[in-house]
Write a new protein. Structure first.
Length: 274
């Protein structure tokens, strides 16, 4: 996948969900993993994890306690769909006898003119998270985690489809995702993993947090996650994609593009609804 497509896909999914997409869901990422972000593509690059790094465990011995282990949520029996060309997300019931591949067969999505849209479908998804209280503040003084992104939540599933549509030429169009083997010309790329009995097989979405100076982040606009509001005093904050406004080709948008785009984050910066 070219860097511009990876940037666009990451940006679209992040804006729609607040989650960081894993561009290759076949690569497992565990809660507690820390690493960096490739600024060209948006790919998360794991380095180690807090539970297995002896330097981190030595400074935060509570990591060995059962209460500090990742918490596993209940597995959903529904598909979870993200489609940035319309409603941010929706769910639909699926007969257990129906295969995931047959759900995807013939799937069509309406595209907007001169605009790319991203899609992500997960089957039998489950969320795993760091313990909700107490652990992150204890990690704030760990030097090894400075300037690192920490995975605080992952969403895993037993089957997935992800991709992005090509730009419609000048009017709304219907993009056919295809039969699971070959996408139509209106789909820029797509990738899928088949439904498996093991729900831990694919890692599709991440929550990434970073230990930062929150006032500096707010004043210099480094994050869209806080909606422009002053920092809360939490030692870690959600990170957002490491680029500004993008045009539909994944390149830096001009000033005119930003002001002409009603979805620009600049128009939402101080909204209390974010």
């Amino acid at each position: 996948m070219p860097p511009s497509e990876a940037r666009t896909f990451t940006d679209l999914i992040y804006r729609a969900t607040g989650w960081w997409p894993q561009l290759d869901p076949t690569q497992p990422v565990n809660v507690g993993t820390y690493g960096t972000i490739d600024k060209e593509t948006g790919r998360f690059q794991p380095i180690n994890d807090i539970y297995n790094d002896p330097d981190v465990v030595d400074k935060v011995p509570d990591l060995a306690l059962p209460d500090c282990a990742p918490a596993r949520g209940q597995m959903s029996q529904k598909e979870w769909v993200v489609w940035t060309g319309g409603e941010p997300q929706w769910q639909f019931n699926v007969d257990p006898a129906v295969t995931f591949a047959s759900i995807l067969e013939g799937l069509q999505l309406d595209t907007a003119p001169r605009k790319r849209s991203a899609f992500l479908i997960m089957d039998k998804f489950q969320t795993i998270s760091l313990p909700p209280r107490g652990l992150l503040p204890k990690l704030a003084s760990v030097q090894e985690l400075k300037d690192m992104c920490i995975v605080t939540d992952v969403r895993i599933c037993s089957g997935y489809l992800l991709g992005m549509t090509a730009k419609a030429p000048g009017k709304p169009a219907r993009a056919s995702v295809g039969d699971g083997r070959s996408p139509s010309a209106s789909v820029l790329f797509h990738e899928e993993g088949s439904r498996l009995p093991d729900p831990n097989h694919y890692t599709t979405l991440l929550t990434l947090k970073m230990l930062t100076n929150p006032w500096k982040s707010w004043l210099f606009g480094r994050t869209r996650a806080t909606g422009g509001r002053p920092p809360t005093g939490e030692p870690f904050e959600n990170i957002s994609p490491p680029w500004g406004e993008l045009d539909s080709d994944g390149n830096a948008a001009s000033v005119e593009d930003v002001y002409d785009n009603p979805d620009s984050p600049g128009s939402e910066t101080f909204s209390d609804d974010i």
